[in-house]
Design a protein around this ligand. Structure first.
Ligand SMILES: O=C(O)CCC(=O)C(=O)O
Ligand SMILES: [Fe+2]
Length: 335
């Protein structure tokens, strides 16, 4: 056992989350991901330049300055290029996404899986609810029509709320880490201890905080003790493990630096993933080690097959396969 200890498990059970230091080796796990994403940014710059949306590909700029320049010049974020997931609707056969080998290598990191084994048990699947979040400093970002930064703080939610009800009994654990140090001013994860012991709370499509209507799905602050929220700054290599009912969001990136995180999910193999249109895979199996996926090309191909399937369903407002569980108009959502 590399890093899991008794206190990791008891902290997780008591608080609803635990930060474990030094799980991922920055040089062998994180740096190759950063390098891999240079190529993704090249793809994005080339596509935008060919479409006449940017004046140059900005090849000479370093990653952080280049992505910011592109976001500023286009006035849009291009998160889908970098994400190892797909939209729920209107996927096309060529919707951009990234399922590279360095990313996969982190998904099946043995230290990470050792901790998860303490929390989930010996049969663990990679759950397809997973995202990369690249957040440049807010002060340099264009604003949305509502006056919000293009990519800002994450609103209050529970990850249980992003899966369909069929997965209510699934033991899904969130794994959060960043590729860069994430001090408080960079906008780390912000969690409310103990909220995992409560129920799934109402998520509203938008909600008025004081007098300002904040757009985007969120749990109203009147439903949980939000003043008890604890920011969880991290250093490269640290990993946060979080219960699916822990209420959390993120702080805003008020720093001068890029804030770049991965959030992955894992669940007990055989349970419902909560997002069946997307592929899952066996990440660890003590009963059948041969079933563990270790081939990054197979992982990539699973998602390419999924993209093809998705390009034929959930088009133009049609929902053949549901992804969500919330309807507007719940009394909790009234101010
Ligand atoms: O990093 C963020 O901004 C939010 C991440 C999150 O919601 C999660 O890890 O479940
Ligand atoms: Fe979340």
């Amino acid at each position: 056992m590399a890093v899991a200890t008794k206190s990791v498990v008891s902290d997780f059970q008591e608080q609803g989350f635990v930060k474990v230091k030094g799980v991922l080796d920055p040089a062998t796990v994180l740096d190759p991901i950063i390098e891999e994403y240079e190529g993704v940014l090249d793809d994005l710059a080339r596509d935008l330049y060919e479409d006449g949306e940017i004046a140059s590909e900005y090849k000479a700029l370093p990653f952080d300055a280049r992505i910011l320049k592109i976001y500023q010049e286009t006035g849009r974020q291009h998160a889908q290029y970098f994400d190892f997931s797909l939209p729920f609707q209107d996927v096309k056969e060529d919707t951009p996404c990234w399922f590279g080998p360095a990313v996969f290598n982190a998904f099946v990191n043995e230290n990470l899986l050792d901790v998860l084994e303490q929390l989930i048990g010996p049969e663990i699947s990679s759950n397809p609810v997973q995202h990369v979040r690249i957040k440049p400093p807010e002060k340099y970002l264009p604003k949305t029509e509502q006056g919000q930064p293009l990519i800002g703080a994450t609103l209050w939610h529970q990850d249980h709320g992003v899966v369909v009800p069929e997965a209510d009994e699934t033991n899904m654990v969130t794994v959060w880490f960043s590729l860069t140090d994430t001090p408080v001013e960079s906008g780390p994860l912000n969690v409310v201890p103990g909220t995992h012991r409560g129920d799934l709370l109402t998520h509203c499509d938008s909600y008025a905080h004081n007098t300002t209507m904040v757009q985007g799905r969120q749990i109203p602050e009147k439903l949980f003790p939000y003043r008890a929220a604890t920011p969880l700054p991290t250093e490269r290599g640290d990993v946060i493990f979080m219960h699916k009912r822990t209420v959390h969001g993120s702080l805003a990136n008020l720093s001068e630096n890029m804030r770049w995180s991965f959030d992955l999910r894992y669940h007990n193999t055989g349970a419902h993933s909560g997002r069946v249109a997307f592929p899952e895979f066996v990440a660890r199996s003590r009963s059948n080690p041969d079933s563990e996926l270790r081939d990054p090309v197979k992982w990539h191909d699973m998602w390419m097959d999924c993209r093809k399937r998705m390009s034929k369903i959930n088009q133009g407002g049609q929902f053949d396969i549901p992804f969500g569980r919330w309807e507007d108009g719940h009394p909790d959502c009234e101010n």
